[in-house]
Design a protein around this ligand. Sequence first.
Ligand SMILES: *Cc1c(COP(=O)(O)O)cnc(C)c1O
Length: 386
Amino acid sequence: MTDWLLQCSACEKEFSGTDLVDVCNDCGQPVFARYRGEAPRREDLLQRADMWRYSPAMPLLPGELPVSLGEGGTPLFDASHLADEIGVGRLWIKDEAVNPTASFKARGLSGAVTRGKALGVPGFTVPTAGNAGAALAAYAAAARIPARIFAPASTPSPILDTIRALGADLVTVDGHIGDAGAKARAFAAESGWLDVSTFREPYRTEGNRTLGLELAEQLGWRLPDAIIYPTGGGEGIIAMDKVFSEMRDWGWLSPDATSRLVVAQAAGCAPLVQAFDAGEAKAKPWPNPTTHAAGLRVPAPFADRLVLAALRESNGAAVAVDEQVIRDATYRLASATGIDAAPEGGAGLAALEELVRRGELGRDSEVVLFNTGSGASYRTPQSVSA
Ligand SMILES: *Cc1c(COP(=O)(O)O)cnc(C)c1O
């Protein structure tokens, strides 16, 4: 499958698949790739262990080689002891910590840098709460294209060190990812470098779709009852929602295969939970966002409408959890499974436990929880001794 066009998610304006497009130039909303022509076939998947196994379902031109560091192909662990303790029928943990630069961000940045390189961009820039910057630094280095990364000064220091070590130009910013985003956009406008912020170009989403392709294949081409995803900007949720629908269209999944999509946020920054509970179509910017789960510190998610629509259409849920609850759940997740859970993964476990308490999930539910990053990225000498 190599034929796609780009289409605005809001006004449906179309663009050529070989144009350099960021957001819709009419309405300013996110633009996505739409596949057309003959459906790709499961039989044509490549014999490789990383996410480019799904190349027939990815936006690659004939003969094009992806910029790859072995991202994806992450394990899905059957956490039966934890499932019993929590009170669900089955619990799998998809461990994204084992990606290059230790988070799922590798998938999206492999997708975006692959496309940016093919389109001849002179450089890349991104605002980040941490992991997206580390991933961009790695893929830009692999593509031999420069990168400038804008991160809050409060980003966990192991992640800032990784960004520097991979040769990117790091600019630290006072404030949160929203403040870094304004700087990155201004820099992109003056330099002509491509801003690969969440949903501000189409191809991170295409890479992130492999989360859903891989999960479906690992479960034998079916979906679990519920998927819990620690959410800031909403990449994981939106990309899985998109690819599940594509897989149903292509006959890779049965037409009635769906999962309840569940967003886990931190109580100190929960704009999507607030909007979901209030029945609103858009989220209000969250004042003074605070959480040690850095990936969840996104006070004004750009694609709020799309996340909220995906939650409602899937009969999903949105749950906010307190800082100490996140810390306890992170420890429990790691010590019960051997997976070096990130605080974001811990927030996901805490959200799952809350849904069991509410009676929304139980012994008859099959659940997949994403551990989106690695605990090691957040451990500093201070946090270890504390
Ligand atoms: C970025 C990130 C998230 C949140 O992802 P979004 O796409 O912003 O929703 C969750 N966990 C980790 C470890 C992350 O790096």
